[in-house]
Design a binder for this molecule. Structure first.
Ligand code: FO1
Length: 316
C-alpha cells in the first residue's frame, strides 16, 4: 500500500490499533490524530487522557490490566494529596505525574500542546507522529438530569452512572485542527482515514466537530473499526450511552451515526450477522477478529485494515 494514512483515535481501544498501525507502517506514512475532548485542568495540570493512553501504549509503558495510565505505577503522591485534603477522585500515579509535570513545564514555557506532545513522545522513543486533534481547548460535556457535566466528572468521578441525554464539545466550533492534523489532511498522498475502535460519540465526534474536518474526510476513503464486540462494548460506557441516546446497540446504528462519511466498517467475527445489514445499507463490511489481546492481534488487524484501503473508491 502506498500513500499516507491518517488514523483518528480516542484512548485505550483506539491506542491498540494505533500501535498495530505503527508496527506495520513507517513513521512517514502515518499520522495519529488523538481526541483531546477528554482533556481537563486538574491540580494546576493539563491532563490529556487519550493522548497519554496512546503515548504510553506506543512506548510500551501502558498498564494493560487497569487500562489507563502507566504500568508498575505507585501512588505515593496521591496518598499524600488525599491526606492533605486534596481532590483525590482522579488518580494520578507517581510515574504519570512525572509526565504531567513535564507537560506543565513546557506549556508554561509557551509550547503548544502539539509541541509538547512531540517532545514527550520523542523522549519516550516514539518515532511515529502522535498529534493532538487541536491545540485549542475543546471540552466534551454530557447533559444529565443534574445538568451539563465535564467529561472526567462524568467518566471518573461519577463512574458514568448518570444517564446521558446529549453530548457537546465546548469550544470545537472556534478551535482549529492542530498543524500536524491540518498538514496530514492537506497531503496530496493522503490515501485513507482509519477510525480506530474508539467510542464514536465521545472520542471520535470531537475530532469530527473541528471546523473543516468532515468536509475534507468525506472526500477520502474512510475505514472504521467498530468498538462493538458481540453486540456490546468490551469496556467503557459505549453500550450504555448508545441506549441512553435512543440508539440500538448495534453496528448498523454505529455506521448510521457516521453516515455518509463512512465507506467501510470492520466488525468483529462475533457480530458477523451484521455484515449483511451493513451491505444492505450500502456500506462495505469486513468481518474479522477485532479483539486485540496481543501485539500479533494488533498487527494483524492493522494489516487487514490497510489491505482494504485500495478497495475503497473515492477521490481525495
Ligand atoms: N480513569 C479512571 O477510571 N479513573 C481514574 O482515576 C483515571 C485517572 C487517569 C489519570 C490519567 C489519565 O491519563 C487517565 C486516567 N483515567 C482514569 C482514564 C481516563 O479518564 C479515561 O480512560 C479516558 O478519558 C476515556 O478515554
Amino acid at each position: 500500500m502506498t500513500g499516507h494514512i491518517l488514523a483518528l483515535s480516542g484512548g485505550v481501544g483506539g491506542a491498540k490499533l494505533a500501535a498495530g498501525l505503527c508496527a506495520v507502517l513507517p513513521p512517514e506514512q502515518l499520522t495519529i490524530a488523538v481526541n483531546t475532548g477528554d482533556d481537563f485542568e486538574h491540580l494546576g495540570l493539563t491532563i490529556c487522557p487519550d493522548l497519554d493512553s496512546v503515548t504510553y501504549a506506543l512506548a510500551g509503558l501502558n498498564d494493560t490490566v487497569r487500562g489507563w495510565g502507566v504500568a508498575d505505577e505507585t501512588w505515593q503522591a496521591m496518598g499524600m494529596l488525599s491526606r492533605l485534603g486534596g481532590p483525590d477522585w482522579f488518580n494520578l500515579g507517581d510515574r504519570d505525574l512525572g509526565l504531567h509535570l513535564t507537560r506543565a513545564m513546557h506549556l508554561r514555557a509557551g509550547d503548544t500542546l502539539s509541541q509538547v506532545t512531540a517532545k514527550l513522545t520523542a523522549q519516550l522513543g516514539i518515532t511515529h507522529r502522535v498529534v493532538p486533534m487541536s491545540d485549542d481547548p475543546v471540552r466534551t460535556q454530557v447533559q444529565t438530569d443534574g445538568g451539563w457535566l465535564d467529561f472526567q466528572h462524568y467518566f471518573v468521578r461519577e463512574q458514568c452512572r448518570p444517564e446521558v441525554r446529549e453530548v457537546r464539545f465546548a469550544g470545537a466550533a472556534e478551535a482549529q485542527p492542530s498543524p500536524d492534523l491540518a498538514e496530514a489532511l492537506s497531503r496530496p498522498d493522503l490515501a485513507a482515514v482509519v477510525i480506530c475502535p474508539s467510542n464514536p460519540w465521545l472520542s471520535v465526534d470531537p475530532i469530527l466537530a473541528l471546523p473543516g474536518i468532515r468536509d475534507r474526510i468525506a472526500r477520502l476513503p474512510v475505514i472504521a473499526v467498530s468498538p462493538l464486540v458481540g453486540g456490546t462494548a468490551l469496556k467503557g460506557p459505549l453500550a450504555k450511552l448508545m441506549a441512553e441516546l435512543g440508539q440500538p446497540v448495534s453496528n448498523p446504528a454505529l455506521a448510521a451515526h457516521y453516515g455518509e462519511l463512512l465507506d467501510h466498517l470492520v466488525i468483529d467475527e462475533t457480530d458477523a450477522a451484521d455484515a449483511a445489514l451493513l451491505r444492505d445499507a450500502g456500506l462495505c463490511a469486513t468481518v474479522t477478529q477485532t479483539v486485540m489481546r496481543e501485539a500479533a492481534d494488533r498487527e494483524k488487524l492493522a494489516q487487514e485494515v490497510l489491505a482494504l484501503v485500495g478497495g475503497v473508491d473515492r477521490q481525495g
